[in-house]
Design a protein around this ligand. Structure first.
Ligand code: C2E
Ligand code: MG
Ligand code: MG
Ligand code: MG
Length: 286
């Protein structure tokens, strides 16, 4: 009996595995044509200075509108794009789009202009033509290099620290800004952190912001990261800020910048243009 039950369970497991594998292959082949079929778009989420309430940057976030499945979340398709290598051409397109968009906003608004942040995955970081791709995107849009920030997750860096640090230095020479994304969950040792110093921004992982108000441990960790950033002379950005209470705690810590649904959701370029416009007139996000 037990043996039979085991067998039945193994079959259920098998079916689930097979269904997942099929779904994955289907998504992969769909993703292959998504770009040329116009199914990909980029939305942008503001990052707000906790001091002035002004939008200092916007993060480019990829969206896929699948003709059958509807919206597929990046959490599902980015890993497939990464493993298949499709992230390289798709990521290059995101870079070009984001640079063009930032140049357009900045031409409308004057001043120093907003910084656009673009996520780079490990495959992209390891690609030999990365520098040429980034330079091409900047030049094609006539965007000054310091208006582009490239985000690399802490775990991507730690997967191959020597290679990653070399790529980061190479990117830095182009004049772009660099951010370590999802900081605090990727096991950076302090000795690696020292070598990461070409970075300009530490983005504190959302998981620590979740417990900021109720959990003393999370508050202690966020305080430590903000202090670390300050003494290293880099900006700390809190991700995933959803409530006014969280924003208030971050302000008392003198965290520089925050990003999250409390301030603004990821949105279309046109909606961001309006937000930036309103900000010019002095109405601030709090
Ligand atoms: P990430 O770079 O850490 O981006 C932040 C994620 O947090 C985004 O999820 C954003 O929508 C979400 N978020 C922002 N504020 C809040 C909040 O207050 N609460 C909650 N619950 N979530 C918030 P999204 O857009 O689903 O992207 C997920 C991840 O996919 C990104 O994490 C990034 O690692 C990756 N990704 C997105 N676009 C790209 C891309 O163009 N290239 C690459 N390589 N990766 C991308
Ligand atoms: Mg990011
Ligand atoms: Mg992040
Ligand atoms: Mg994150």
């Amino acid at each position: 009996r037990a043996k039979e039950r085991g067998k039945a369970r193994a079959e259920v497991f098998d079916t689930t595995m097979r269904r997942r594998a099929v779904e994955r292959l289907e998504l992969e082949s769909g993703l292959r044509d998504a770009l040329t079929r116009g199914q990909l778009r980029v939305v942008y989420q503001p990052e707000v200075s906790l001091e002035s309430g002004r939008i200092v940057a916007v993060e480019a976030l990829l969206r896929w509108d699948h003709p059958q499945h509807g919206p597929v979340s990046p959490g599902r398709f980015i890993p497939i794009a990464e493993q298949s290598g499709l992230i390289v051409p798709i990521g290059a397109w995101v870079l070009r789009e984001a640079c063009r968009q930032a140049a357009r906003w900045n031409a409308q608004n004057g001043g120093d202009g907003v910084v656009v942040a673009v996520n780079l995955s490990p495959r992209q970081l390891g690609a030999t033509d990365l520098a040429a791709t980034v330079r091409g995107a900047l030049e094609g849009a006539s965007l000054p290099p310091d208006r582009l920030c490239l985000e690399i997750t802490e775990s991507a860096v730690m997967a191959d620290p020597d290679a990653a640090i070399e790529s980061l230095h190479m990117l830095k020479r182009l004049g772009v800004k660099l951010a370590i994304d999802d900081f605090g969950v990727g096991y950076s040792s302090l000795s690696h952190l020292r070598e990461l110093l070409p970075v300009d921004v530490l983005k504190i992982d959302r998981s620590f912001i979740d417990g900021l108000v109720l959990r003393g441990e999370d508050r202690a960790i966020v305080t430590a990261i903000v202090e670390l950033a300050r003494s290293l002379g880099v900006d700390a950005v809190a991700e995933g800020v959803e409530t006014p209470e969280q924003a208030a705690v971050l302000r008392t810590m003198r965290c520089h910048v925050a990003q999250g649904f409390h301030f603004a959701r990821p949105q279309s370029p046109g909606d961001v243009a309006q937000l930036l416009d309103v900000h010019q007139l002095g109405e601030l996000l709090g």
